[in-house]
Ligand binder design. Structure first.
Ligand code: SF4
Length: 340
């Protein structure tokens, strides 16, 4: 049964919800290996490089209340997170973007907390796009409107990210009591109509079933402009309401990454280094991911606390891991890296 489903996936045939569920439910180690091999074969047939994406956190002052139960990013949510409130000044955003560009990383994410109607995202987009050649993803969740999207597009923003986290509405309301799933769905629907690429991710290991993940993936498929699907394994942040919730297992993350690759063959499947753990990025690549996010160069001038956990991937180590696996990191030519 599994062999047939994987063969069909390799041949580019459309898989059904039942096929995807069969893959999620596989338990034998050898079957997980077959799934990952199929996913990497599909990834390697379309992607020449592994994309790298760095990050700038614009502000952690979030006006959503109550806060999302897993959040360690917003001010005062976790002593392992940023904890203290901050708004990055324009010069700080510019300096960080310049350092990332110089490092050879081709892409940056500017993300921030909720409550500004996208104004903070627009400012960051202007700074990055007017002063660097970086590809730009902006992520301020549902904190956007038509006007801010229009200006983001005007500045040349490539991608807007709005993670649904889970499409199980009951679970969403439990995890994110200060937000509505429909607001995030609305933003996801708007991005394509503003001629920008949509990135929308799945939070794994927060109490969702395999059926929920499959339904979530089929929901994502319907959004025009979908170009990227981040897979984020849950890690508990200290002091948050979910500090005692178990972290997402590596196996569940690998299955989700590999199945996302089978479903979204030609799209970017992204794994943020903080959510899988910088030491585990080889597993995400073995499962078919083609973009590693929150990759930070040595001389990055700002303090970073990963959104899903305080850790993050260091550029040199990430590049070294990618190369040891016989893959090629996408680094902009002409950039001097000591280990390149
Ligand atoms: S996860 Fe985002 S929206 Fe939710 S509380 Fe944290 S910063 Fe605010």
């Amino acid at each position: 049964m599994i062999d047939r489903v994987l063969e069909n996936a390799l041949n580019g045939e459309e898989l059904s919800k039942d096929d995807f569920l069969t893959l999620f439910k596989l338990e034998k180690h050898e079957d997980l290996l077959k799934l990952c091999e199929t996913a990497t074969e599909i990834r390697n047939s379309r992607a020449k490089h592994i994309k790298l994406t760095s990050t700038i956190h614009i502000t952690n002052v979030c006006k959503i209340n109550p806060k999302c139960k897993y959040c360690g990013f917003a001010a005062q949510t976790s002593k392992d997170g940023y904890c203290q409130p901050f708004f990055k000044r324009d010069e700080e955003i510019l300096q960080a973007a310049k350092v990332v560009e110089k490092s050879g990383i081709p892409r940056i994410s500017c993300s921030g907390a909720h409550g500004y109607n996208g104004k903070q995202a627009v400012k960051a987009a202007q700074i990055v796009k007017e002063n660097t050649s970086l590809e730009l993803l902006v992520n301020v969740g549902a904190d956007l409107n038509d006007e801010s999207m229009e200006v983001l597009n005007k500045y040349g923003t490539n991608t807007v990210c709005c993670n649904l986290e889970t499409t199980n509405e009951k679970l969403f309301n439990h995890l994110k009591p200060g937000e509505k799933l429909r607001d995030r769905v609305k933003i996801c629907s708007m991005v394509g109509s503003h001629n920008m690429e949509l990135s929308s991710g799945i939070l794994v290991g927060v109490g969702e079933s395999y059926e929920d993940i499959v339904d979530h993936m089929f929901t994502l498929k319907k959004f025009a402009g979908l170009g990227e699907v981040p897979i984020m394994g849950f890690n508990p942040y200290k002091d948050t309401p979910m500090e005692n919730h178990p972290p997402c297992s590596l196996e569940r993350q690998m299955k989700t990454i590999a199945i996302a690759r089978l479903m979204f063959r030609d799209l970017r499947v992204t794994v943020p280094t903080p959510t899988i753990g910088p030491e585990n990025i080889k597993f995400s690549l073995n499962a078919g991911a083609d973009n590693l996010a929150t990759v930070i160069p040595e001389d990055y001038p700002l303090k970073v606390r990963g959104v899903g956990s305080p850790d993050y991937g260091n550029l040199k180590e990430v590049v070294s891991t990618i190369r040891k696996m016989g893959l090629k990191p996408q680094l902009n030519l002409g950039i001097n890296m000591e280990n390149s």
